[in-house]
Design a protein around this ligand. Structure first.
Ligand SMILES: Cc1ncc(COP(=O)(O)O)c(C=O)c1O
Length: 392
């Protein structure tokens, strides 16, 4: 019988494994680099931890099951996962990539992969005619949905159709929603990317990345590559992510609930010119999200009326932390201009709508009232300082 996602987060179906481990409920950390053989040709199935390690393997099985994939590979970071994935392509290949992506992915594509002879077209996949960018040498479409940080929502099934028609891979970075809210492989994607540092880990205490696929041929290529490039996740970090995943469902629900309340509060502020949260009915991607995801997540972006207002918020927050990253239990507010998207050229940032008055918030699981109380205080103090109470 198919298990629900919260059960999948806490239990793998193969109970035999836990019996093998003396019944330990918490999967053991196999802190070993290598493995003894009882004779020639008698491997335990594990030979060297660059190739595979039992703790990492356990985590990979859990993530594959959450994404309904046949294989998942755990990496030291999300960027390590994306970097290895780029080894599927060769000089002369062309990729269609969303224009609004995590800044590190943009940096990798345009400053590293391009140097290796791979061509890119940056396309607003949520609104442009993606098919018109397909060329003879196009090999893949790469999207995030919602995007980081502008929260653009792309129709995954529509992208999958284009990919099928032209024999392209569809690659979806699912970091912002996590497998709890969205499963791109079920909608026709071939590869799912995660920064496991975010919701999967969930506690802002370790880094990780994942590639998940439901295709045997891609899984085989990934397995060859991981043993070759060696950027797999270490045993202790694998255990931390395994532990984080156990509470994925309740964290996602709780932080989404808080995000809805904060989005509502922000909308009432005169100093906020725009709140971009797909859970709001006016968000252009709201209906698509309802169709392709089970929730709207806990990431939101908002525009302040001035750079000064935005900077003042960053200076004043205390319980809410001014920090990069997202997806942890703590609420973080990020300044894309100097943090996550600092290396994206200013003209591209501006084209995507990221200005010096844009803030991104990853809403955590604290009490919503405390978060709103702090925002209330920070906004009122800023208004007082900037306008002497005259305007807001
Ligand atoms: C959407 C997205 N993908 C990938 C990454 C990269 O992940 P990592 O920081 O684990 O390398 C990030 C990091 O912020 C991200 O936001």
């Amino acid at each position: 019988m198919a298990r629900g996602i919260n059960t999948k987060c806490t239990n793998l179906e193969e109970d035999e494994q836990s019996v093998k481990n003396y019944g330990a409920i918490s999967y053991p950390i196999y802190q070993t680099a290598t493995y003894a053989h009882m004779g020639v040709g008698r491997s335990t199935g594990f030979d060297y931890s660059r190739l595979q390690n039992p703790t990492r393997e356990q985590l990979e099985k859990v993530v594959a099951s959450l994404e309904n994939g046949i294989d998942a590979i755990a990496f030291s970071t999300g960027m390590a996962a994306i970097t290895m994935m780029m080894e599927l392509f060769k000089p002369g290949d062309h990729l269609i990539v969303d224009s609004d992506l995590y800044g590190g992915s943009i940096r990798l594509f345009h400053n590293v992969s391009a140097k290796n002879g791979i061509e890119f077209s940056s396309v607003d996949c949520y609104k442009e005619d993606v098919e018109s960018f397909v060329k003879e040498n196009t090999k893949a479409i790469y999207i995030e949905t919602p995007t980081n940080p502008m929260m653009n929502v792309t129709d995954i099934a529509a992208m999958a159709e284009i990919a099928r028609r032209h024999d392209l891979l569809l690659i979806v970075d699912n970091t912002f929603l996590s497998p709890y809210f969205q499963n791109p492989l079920d909608l026709g994607a071939d590869i799912v990317v995660h920064s496991g540092t975010k919701y999967l880990g969930g506690h802002n205490d370790t880094l990780a990345g994942f590639l998940v696929t439901n295709r045997e041929d891609i899984s085989e290529k990934f397995r060859f590559l991981i043993k070759t490039v060696g950027s797999g996740l270490a045993p202790f970090d694998s255990w931390l992510i395994l532990r984080g995943i156990k509470t994925l469902g309740i964290r996602m629900e709780r932080s989404q609930e808080n995000a809805k309340q904060i989005a509502g509060w922000l909308k009432q502020q005169k100093a906020v010119t725009k709140v971009i949260y797909p859970g709001l009915e006016e968000h252009p991607g709201h209906e698509i999200m309802k169709k392709q995801a089970r929730g709207f997540g806990a990431m939101l972006t908002f525009q302040l009326e001035s750079k000064e207002f935005a900077l003042s918020i960053l200076e004043k927050v205390r319980m809410i932390k001014f920090a990069e990253s997202l997806g942890g239990v703590e609420t973080l507010v990020t300044y894309p201009t100097t943090q996550t998207h600092a290396d994206v050229p200013k003209e591209i940032r501006e084209k995507n709508g990221i200005t010096e008055a844009t803030l991104r918030m990853s809403v955590g699981i604290e009490d919503a009232k405390d978060l709103i109380d702090e925002l209330e205080k920070v906004f009122r103090e800023t208004e007082q300082e900037l306008y002497g109470g005259k305007k807001s």
